[in-house]
Design a protein around this ligand. Structure first.
Ligand SMILES: NC(=O)c1ccc[n+]([C@@H]2O[C@H](COP(=O)([O-])OP(=O)(O)OC[C@H]3O[C@@H](n4cnc5c(N)ncnc54)[C@H](O)[C@@H]3O)[C@@H](O)[C@H]2O)c1
Ligand SMILES: O=c1ccn([C@@H]2O[C@H](COP(=O)(O)OP(=O)(O)O[C@H]3O[C@H](CO)[C@@H](O)[C@H](O)[C@H]3O)[C@@H](O)[C@H]2O)c(=O)[nH]1
Length: 453
């Protein structure tokens, strides 16, 4: 029986391994983590993360061929294939602080593999890492190898949170990079066989190591760049009376552009886009490519601009001050169908409003109050280190909002600011609200307010 061990039981390690286990009953999969509360939660009825469909997949194979354990060394020693899916956050201090990926957790995992291994291993980079990381990992492993043969593969993960199970069941592609040697090709083939249990062969792409590592950063940079492009257009739409949804639809009909990832928003969030672009920028700078670095930096700049533009719009609409005003924030996670708050634009919006002394009440059915308090107290980039445990799986409370009742109870004029273009603006205007929708023609009230900073 092939044995797989995954180091890191997070948003990637947990769902990815659960899907491998459910699709490959003949493979034993053990997910290990240094965080005992996380492993306890994976072994309980209340999983540590919320993902539609995840409970069912875990229940179908946990205790059969899927296990969660804190006994990291034992399971690493026994495994044939080791996935490393630990955090690779942005460095908070030292060389490259605020940009470079912090490989502390990766390095300590690699050293531990070298310490405990007694048989040949395939080590798979599942975490998103800077291009050329495999070379560093190879050095750590081979310098401590005791005659053991290690093959390093890059197998970046492309799942999006909120649709992780769907994405894992039907990935657009699986990417495997390896050394172009006979041993390297054999290792690539072994991992390919795991995925071939459910992914059509033509969707499994194999490349050299560096192409695979770089493709992950490139994919996130391209996706985020689309959002920043449409968000930049949303500002121009508001200034001109164009409607960003109509513009997105019209340009997305061009098959060369395509319709996805063109929704204007208050800005992209999540643990990946900003971190990976900053990492890309740093790599470009280190390779003497300042023009390329500056090009990608702009994607983050527009995202920051969009978040502050939203806050400025709220404040300027309400007579240039929200001091003492009660503002309800509906939704705090970085997107729907997740409880993950890492880099959520809601943090910037709330901090912006709190900075102007607003009284902010925040509600998200998937996020605990405790988590929100911690997020608003935390420094930039501190959120993605293992000490910071993510919220427990929430009780999925569903609520229907009665906007008429809300309106009746509000001070007038009553405002709604929609950072996701999800409300029915016309209906709400019918009730009497002044509604701001990103990138849409402005209400007369908003037009008359001073230009946003
Ligand atoms: N979240 C996503 O949607 C997503 C998607 C694709 C790729 N990625 C990448 O995957 C990696 C993991 O992301 P995540 O969101 O799952 O992070 P996460 O914080 O949810 O999980 C990482 C886990 O690794 C554990 N860990 C850290 N060091 C360890 C060690 N030495 N030994 C054992 N366990 C250790 C932590 O305790 C934590 O539980 C990152 O590189 C990220 O960029 C994330
Ligand atoms: O048209 C869009 C699409 C997304 N977003 C926002 O962009 C952010 C990221 O969304 P999404 O990409 O769906 O979720 P992630 O879980 O961050 O997934 C991204 O990051 C992962 C981690 O690297 C990759 O694996 C995925 O392929 C990549 O989509 C969220 O705040 C969304 O609200 C928009 O504002 N407009």
């Amino acid at each position: 029986m092939v044995k797989i061990c995954c180091i890191g039981a997070g948003y990637v390690g947990g769902p990815t391994m659960a899907v491998i286990a459910v699709k490959c009953p003949a493979i034993e999969v053990v997910v290990v983590d240094i965080s005992k509360p996380r492993i306890d939660a994976w072994n309980s009825d209340k999983l540590p993360i919320y993902e539609p469909g995840l409970d069912e997949v875990v229940k179908a194979c946990r205790g059969k061929n899927l296990f969660f354990s804190t006994d990291v060394e034992k399971h690493v020693a026994e495994a044939d294939i080791i996935f490393v899916s630990v955090n690779t956050p942005t460095k908070t201090r030292g060389l490259g602080a605020g940009k470079a990926a912090d490989l502390t957790y990766w390095e300590s995992a690699a050293r531990m593999i070298a310490d405990v291994s007694k048989s040949d291993k395939i080590v798979v980079e599942k975490s998103t890492v800077p291009v050329k990381t495999a070379e560093a990992i190879e050095k750590i492993l081979t310098h401590n190898s005791k005659g053991i043969n290690y093959q390093i593969l890059s197998n970046p993960e492309f799942l999006a949170e909120g649709t992780a199970i769907e994405d894992l069941f039907k990935p657009d592609r699986v990417l495997i990079g390896g050394r172009e040697t006979p041993e390297g090709r054999k290792a690539v083939q072994a991992l390919k066989e795991v995925y071939a249990h459910w992914v059509p062969e033509e969707n499994i792409i194999t490349t050299n190591l560096w192409s695979a590592e770089l493709s992950k950063l490139a994919a996130n940079a391209f996706l985020a760049q689309r959002i920043s492009s449409v968000n930049a257009m949303s500002a121009l739409c508001e200034a001109t009376g164009a409607n960003v949804s109509e513009v997105s639809y019209a340009i997305g009909k061009d098959s060369r552009i395509g319709p996805k990832f063109l929704n204007a928003s208050v800005g992209f969030g999540g643990s990946c886009f900003q971190k990976d672009i900053l990492n890309l920028v740093y790599i470009c700078e280190c390779n003497g490519l300042p023009e390329v670095a500056n090009y990608w930096k702009q994607v983050i700049k527009i995202n920051d601009y969009q978040k502050s533009r939203f806050v400025n719009r709220v404040v300027s609409s309400m007579f240039n001050t929200v001091s003492g005003k009660k503002v309800a924030i509906l939704g705090f996670a970085f997107k729907k169908d997740t409880g993950d708050t890492r880099e959520t634009p809601a943090i910037d919006v709330c901090k912006g409003l709190l900075g102007d002394k607003a009284h902010v009440s925040i509600y998200d059915p998937e996020v605990t109050e405790d988590q929100i308090q911690r997020d608003l107290a935390m420094n930039k980039f501190d959120w993605d280190h293992p000490m910071h445990l993510q919220p427990a799986s929430p009780s999925a409370i569903k609520q229907e909002l009665d906007y008429q009742k809300i309106f009746d109870n509000m001070q007038k004029p009553a405002f709604i600011f929609d950072g996701r273009n999800v409300v029915d603006a016309e209906k709400l205007r019918g009730i009497g609200f002044i509604v701001y929708s990103i990138g849409k023609p402005l209400d007369a009230w908003l037009k008359d307010m001073p230009a946003i900073a």
